[in-house]
Design a protein around this ligand. Structure first.
Ligand code: SAH
Length: 258
């Protein structure tokens, strides 16, 4: 008696970082994952150029959460990911920036794993890296800050609390994600914990994209300047950093008036 082996289609999920928007900041690994994918499930923040590359051979599925409009529940995304992979499809789960930074990655990995589907993470360039490059600064600098924090402005419970006293010390740097709505809250907490009102704060909207905009302000003026700037794209708040040009000009001015 002969035995027949049935080929069971094996699905797979790649959690891929799309970077901050400039397609040239995609990794070669991300590009390869696109080429092998049957389905690409993506978020709202992914740029058109990147979607065009991802969707060349694969089917695109938008699971983005659109502000206050109709949105996907995280549990629905988890279920759809597992279901799609179980049909034997190779799925790319495309997330903006690096999937491991404020990307709700663990929930999705758990869902995929529970379904017995294989997966891997393809890292991407996080928004903080692109934003700081856009203002010609470093996230860390000898003699200024030997650590940098990645913070979120709000979490599931509302505005997110942090170690404000530590952050309020001179020279500290933080990259604040999703920080527009919480700008006034962050400002209040930091000042309450002794931060200098003149601490530089820079917002980089649409970092790495052709429509990148930089708003250089101070902790003192953050909420008012931000409101006046009417930023509607994704923006990263760099606390403790000014654009290099402005910082240099200021040192020059101080020297002249000293
Ligand atoms: N995983 C992403 C972050 C997702 S949270 C990453 O690693 O970059 C979404 C937040 O990221 C936005 O609210 C914004 O603060 C930031 N962000 C994402 N793309 C951005 C971009 N191109 N420019 C500025 N900020 C960006």
């Amino acid at each position: 008696m002969s035995t027949t082996t049935h080929h069971i289609p094996q699905g797979h999920v790649d959690f891929v970082g799309a970077g901050p928007g400039d397609p040239e900041l995609l990794t070669l690994k991300a590009m390869r994952a696109f080429e092998m994918a049957d389905v690409v499930m993506h978020d709202r923040l992914i740029s058109e150029e990147i979607l065009a590359l991802a969707g060349k051979t694969a089917r695109l599925v938008d699971v983005g959460k659109a502000g206050f409009g109709p949105s996907w529940k995280q549990s629905d995304i988890d279920a759809l990911l597992a279901e799609t992979a179980l049909t034997g499809a190779r799925v790319v789960r495309l997330k903006s920036g690096d999937p491991t930074v404020f990307g709700r990655l663990d929930e999705e990995i758990e869902a995929v794993e529970a379904a017995g589907v294989t997966w891997r993470i393809v890292p991407g360039l996080t928004a903080a890296s692109a934003a700081v490059a856009g203002i010609g600064q470093s996230l860390t600098r000898r003699g200024r800050n030997s650590s940098v924090r990645f913070l979120t402005g709000h979490d599931m419970k509302g505005f997110a609390d942090h170690d404000w006293a530590a952050l309020a010390r001179t020279g500290e740097v933080a990259a604040i994600y999703m920080g527009k709505k919480s700008a006034r809250f962050v400002q209040g907490r930091l000042i309450m914990h002794g931060a200098d009102r003149a601490t530089p704060v820079t917002l980089v909207e649409n970092a790495s994209r052709p429509d990148q905009r930089v708003l250089a302000t101070t902790l003192d003026k953050l909420p008012t300047d931000l409101a006046a700037a009417e930023m509607d794209g994704p923006a990263l708040t760099l606390y403790g950093l000014a654009p290099r040009d402005a910082a240099q000009a200021l040192t020059q001015l101080n020297k002249e008036f000293a």
